[in-house]
Design a protein around this ligand. Structure first.
Ligand SMILES: Cc1cc2nc3c(=O)[nH]c(=O)nc-3n(C[C@H](O)[C@H](O)[C@H](O)COP(=O)(O)OP(=O)(O)OC[C@H]3O[C@@H](n4cnc5c(N)ncnc54)[C@H](O)[C@@H]3O)c2cc1C
Length: 403
């Protein structure tokens, strides 16, 4: 059985990282991306634990460090903009030690540049897949047809490959009860290297500006029933956000005004992907498409990077047998995925506080923290579960595999 030619759907984090490792092991990957060019936009993402190790093994760690967001401070403000409390940005993001924070767009650019010898097809998408004797026949939306040995979906939370091969997304998405919105706003809304956060009962809004950025990003979190507008209905999403934050103080009315002109408005449910299997025959999934952990976990990017490495390594050691490769990938990744998905619900409780009393308590704790005798223990209570989950995998050894 051969499996040299591998089609990957999606060119964000998981797709290019998988392509990098497949090339390294002697496979011939092709990446198809629906967007007309590499999507540069995005928010900041954390890379920690085993994922740092993977990036290091790719020789890209120094580049990632050069693009660190350089955030310094989180500052909590009230409805009038007055400071309530401050906190170190590393601790606010649940980072410690060598953990990195980078804009998703910068990471995507680094990964794409590192795979410039891989065939990328932009502005196209898989329309249909038909399993054939020793491969998959793929029909593309723009009309071409090609045959591949394997197809891997790295196309995110609303994965096209998952829908085509495993059925409707409603059977795989688990809504965590909140929506998230994020978009770019003019720089004057933010303070350099600072996260401004305004907690209102049941709703949280923040603005951050990274080191050297020409603009700022704003982020909204709010509770929501299952469903909500379709993830492609931008007008409906904007109306939902405006309604959810009506009456909230601080700079929220001006941020909502800026929303109508935002070049990159994003709104989606905070959802996780839960699946019994990440492969069916010669079709597999990686990254958010397989085991999206939601932005609340802070671990989606790390899961994608580790998953790409483990999948490529499992396929490379499977002796040409895709079923054996996919089985090895699942066995190694499942406990790691479960540990990281578990972080999300706990984190969400701290990100959106339900009542004014809870907000007052959190502010009081933040103000007292520098003076409390148990400070180190309290900090460990925040960082320890994240560190444990982020390192809950033993990476297979790539060095043993001939390229
Ligand atoms: C607001 C927000 C904040 C986040 N914050 C963090 C954080 O702090 N830390 C963290 O670790 N993670 C965070 N994440 C999650 C992180 O960005 C993702 O987990 C990670 O990017 C997953 O990468 P991926 O490559 O699997 O999927 P995605 O980044 O979703 O990429 C999927 C790619 O597939 C493409 N695509 C979609 N459909 C098709 C199709 N039909 N055909 C071809 N291509 C297609 C898309 O255009 C996209 O390029 C956040 C996510 C969001 C939305």
């Amino acid at each position: 059985m051969g499996m040299t030619n591998i089609l990957i759907s999606g060119a964000s984090v998981a797709g290019p990282a998988l392509a990098w490792w497949l090339r390294r092991y002697g496979f011939r990957p092709t990446v198809v991306e629906r967007a007309p060019a590499l999507r540069a936009g995005g928010y900041k993402v954390d890379i920690r634990g085993a994922a740092l190790d993977v990036v290091d093994r790719m020789g890209l760690l120094e580049q990632v460090r050069r693009h660190d967001t350089g955030m310094r401070l989180a500052r909590f403000v009230d409805a009038e903009g007055a400071q309530l409390a401050t906190m170190d940005a590393q601790l606010f993001g649940g980072r410690e030690g060598d953990d990195a924070e980078i804009m998703r767009g910068d990471l995507a650019r680094i990964l794409a540049a590192a795979t410039d010898d891989v065939e990328y097809v932009f502005g196209d998408s898989i329309a249909a897949m038909t399993p054939i004797a020793e491969g998959v026949e793929v029909a593309f939306e723009r009309g071409s047809r090609r045959t591949f040995d394997l197809v891997i979906g790295a196309d995110g939370l609303h994965s096209n490959v998952r829908r085509l091969a495993f059925g409707p997304e409603s059977s795989h998405l688990r809504h965590l009860g909140h929506h998230i919105a994020i978009f770019t706003v003019p720089a004057e809304f933010g303070v350099p290297r600072t996260e401004l956060m305004h907690p209102a009962p049941g709703r949280t809004v923040g603005v951050y500006r990274t080191a050297g950025a020409q603009d700022a990003k704003t982020l909204f979190l709010f509770p929501s029933p299952q469903g909500g507008p379709d993830h492609r209905d931008v007008a409906g999403q904007k109306a939902l956000l405006a309604e959810a934050f009506a009456g909230v103080g601080w700079q929220v009315p001006r941020l909502l005004d800026a929303m109508w002109d935002a070049p990159d408005f994003y709104l989606d449910s905070m959802s996780q992907v839960r699946m019994d299997r990440w492969s069916a025959g010669r079709i597999g999934l990686v990254g958010d498409a397989a085991y999206g952990a939601s932005p609340a976990s802070g671990q989606g990017t790390s899961l994608s990077l580790v998953g790409a490495y483990v999948l490529a390594t499992s396929l490379a050691t499977a002796g040409g047998d895709p079923a054996a490769g996919f089985a090895d990938y699942e066995r190694r990744m499942r406990p790691f995925v479960e540990a990281n998905q578990q972080l999300a619900e706990r984190n969400l409780k701290g990100m959106v506080l339900r009542s004014a009393a809870q907000i007052r308590f959190q502010v009081l704790m933040l103000r007292l923290m520098p003076h409390l005798p148990g400070r180190e223990r309290m900090i460990r209570r925040v960082t320890e579960p994240i560190r444990k989950a982020a390192t809950a995998i033993t990476l297979p050894d790539a060095a043993a595999i001939a390229s």
